[in-house]
Design a protein around this ligand. Structure first.
Ligand code: UDP
Length: 364
């Protein structure tokens, strides 16, 4: 069986490994000159820099965690994000600590009581849900968070308001009625020691896997089964038009001093044109007398100009995607997967779990 995998990102390499371990021969190609897709990182000035923006591994799925843990040792990093709100650097997602940081004590106490009464402790409430409450204090709070945390950030990120985009997107960062300042509460979280590229290299280290970089797919390539982690519209030559994506531009700056900010990521919802600044040495506690940061500017994806980062979930795009899925039904030996192949906003763990599903499907 000739298995051809297109794309060396986390999805492609996971699938390559799973196939290889079941005794199959695999060729995996990528048009880029490096492995690891958008989780690619590299060392500069002793700091592990994520070329395509900050990536934090987190999952509740033990099978996924056990799988990746075979290929790296973990630095037990717990992600904390802060945001500049009303001139203060406060915890994001908005939580009880944020509440007490931005409001006078008596006001914060009153709102905290209302939140606990209505929802309870350690409960996550998407902002769009909080806005539906008809209590006037909760209304006030919801409007404050909507305006100060979500509205302008989302306009920069998506070119649309939180009400216009799919609710699952702002729901990724729910208001958290808790004193827990972490961005994720997953059981397993961390950064691979040595970086993601080193981890991916280990995933690909198998006698049944052949890696070919700087190798775009072409129709003359031979295969019995093709696994396509590129964008599904590209496979079908954009027959019904292009599926839209958001992209990012990262401006990297090296500063000649130890630390730029307290945490790895600081969001700027209401100020500047960037959405956030990432400082890379925080992830692995890298020691350097310099520091490297990236200023993140969202932009529309344009073929040939930048990379695809985020599928844009809405009814119109779902309809277009379904048209391509219909075409895919006529190609039983082609499998679409990954963020681009499935046109889904997967986190890394979900992308890996999806590969387990594909392998199960092949066996049944
Ligand atoms: N978001 C926001 N303000 C923030 C953080 C997030 O408005 O301070 C919204 C925004 O629409 C963003 C979405 O929540 O695109 C998901 O955020 P997440 O941090 O999960 O995005 P990612 O890290 O995947 O880019």
């Amino acid at each position: 069986m000739k298995n051809l995998i297109v794309g060396c990102g986390i999805s492609g390499v996971t699938l390559a490994r799973l196939l290889a371990e079941s005794g199959e021969q695999v060729v995996i190609i990528d048009s880029k000159d490096h492995i690891a897709g958008n989780i690619y990182d590299y060392y500069e000035d002793g700091i592990c820099v994520h070329k395509y923006g900050t990536h934090i591994f987190h999952t509740n799925n033990k099978t996924v965690w056990d799988f990746v843990s075979r290929f790296c040792k973990w630095h037990p990093y717990q992600h904390k994000v802060k945001g500049l709100i009303d001139g203060q650097i406060v915890p994001i997602p908005f939580n009880l600590n944020t509440l007490h940081a931005v409001f006078p004590t008596s006001m914060a106490n009153k709102i905290e009581e209302k939140l606990l009464e209505n929802f309870g402790l350690n409960v996550k409430v998407p902002i769009l849900e909080l806005r539906k409450k008809d209590d006037k204090d909760l209304q006030f709070l919801a409007q404050y968070i909507y305006e100060k945390v979500f509205l302008e950030y989302t306009l920069k990120q998506w070119g649309q308001t939180p009400d216009e985009i799919d609710p699952s997107v702002s729901g990724r960062v729910p208001v958290y009625i808790s004193r827990d300042d972490r961005y994720f509460q997953d059981k397993y979280q961390g950064i691979p020691i040595g970086g993601y590229t080193a981890m991916v290299k280990n995933i690909l280290k198998h006698k049944n896997i052949t890696v070919k970089l700087k190798t775009p797919f072409d129709n003359n390539m031979e295969y019995n089964r093709l696994f396509w982690s590129g964008s599904i519209d590209e496979f079908f030559n954009y027959e019904y038009g292009a599926l839209p994506y958001r992209s990012e531009r990262f401006d990297f700056i090296t500063y000649p001093y130890d630390k730029f900010q307290d945490v790895a990521v600081v969001n700027y919802p209401c100020n500047y044109d960037w959405t956030r600044i990432g400082e890379y040495k925080h992830f692995l506690n890298d020691k350097s007398d310099k520091t490297i940061v990236s200023y993140e500017y969202p932009e529309a994806f344009q073929e040939g100009k930048n990379e695809r980062y985020y599928p844009i979930a809405n009814d119109k795009n779902a309809e277009l995607y379904q048209k391509y899925i219909k075409l895919a039904e006529n190609k039983p030996n082609v499998y679409f997967f990954g963020r681009l192949g499935d046109y889904k906003y997967y986190d890394m763990d979900k992308a890996i779990a999806r590969c387990f599903e594909i392998i199960k499907g092949l066996k049944s």
